[in-house]
Design a protein around this ligand. Structure first.
Ligand SMILES: [Cu+2]
Length: 149
C-alpha cells in the first residue's frame, strides 16, 4: 500500500512538471504574425486572380512546441498546410470551431488532423471568412489563429 501511495505522489509530481513545462514552453513560443498578400491585389485580370486565389497554399511549421506563424491572415479559399518538423514529438491540429452534423446532431471540430508524427503534414482549405482558432490536441497550450478575409 505504501509503494502505491509513493507511486501516486510521483505521478502527481510528474503531471505537475509536464503542465509547468508546457506553460513555460508556451511562454517561450514567440507570437509570430504573417499576412499572405492576396495575389488578386497585384493581378488585374479577374479570371486569373480567381484561379490563383484557389490554388493559394500557405505553410505552418510545427516545431519546438510552436505553430509558426501562430497567427496569420489569408484570403478565402486558401489552403493551409501544417507540417510537424519535430524530431520525436507528435502533435495535432484541432479546430476550436465546432460544426454540427445535421444527420447525427453531433458536434465535431471543423478540422482535426489526428496524430501527426514527425514529418507528417495536414492540410485544410478555408472556404468561409472568419477567425479560426486551433490548438494541439496533445499539448493544449499550443495555440494558433487563422483569419480568413
Ligand atoms: Cu503538440
Amino acid at each position: 500500500m505504501k509503494t502505491r501511495r509513493i507511486f501516486i505522489s510521483l505521478m502527481a509530481v510528474l503531471m505537475f512538471a509536464i503542465i509547468f513545462f508546457g506553460a513555460a514552453l508556451a511562454a517561450l513560443c514567440i507570437s509570430s504574425n504573417a499576412t499572405k498578400i492576396p495575389s488578386s491585389v497585384q493581378n488585374k485580370d479577374a479570371r486569373t486572380s480567381t484561379l490563383s486565389q484557389q490554388s493559394e497554399t500557405v505553410n505552418v511549421t510545427i516545431q519546438a512546441f510552436c505553430f509558426t506563424p501562430s497567427n496569420m491572415t489569408i484570403m478565402n479559399g486558401t489552403t493551409v498546410v501544417w507540417t510537424n518538423k519535430e524530431t520525436f514529438v507528435s502533435h495535432s491540429v484541432t479546430s476550436d470551431t465546432k460544426v454540427v452534423n445535421l444527420e447525427t446532431g453531433k458536434r465535431s471540430p471543423l478540422f482535426a488532423s489526428g496524430d501527426l508524427g514527425p514529418g507528417a503534414s495536414f492540410k485544410f482549405q478555408f472556404n468561409a471568412t472568419g477567425t479560426y482558432n486551433y490548438h494541439c490536441g496533445h499539448h493544449p497550450f499550443m495555440r494558433g489563429t487563422v483569419i480568413v478575409t
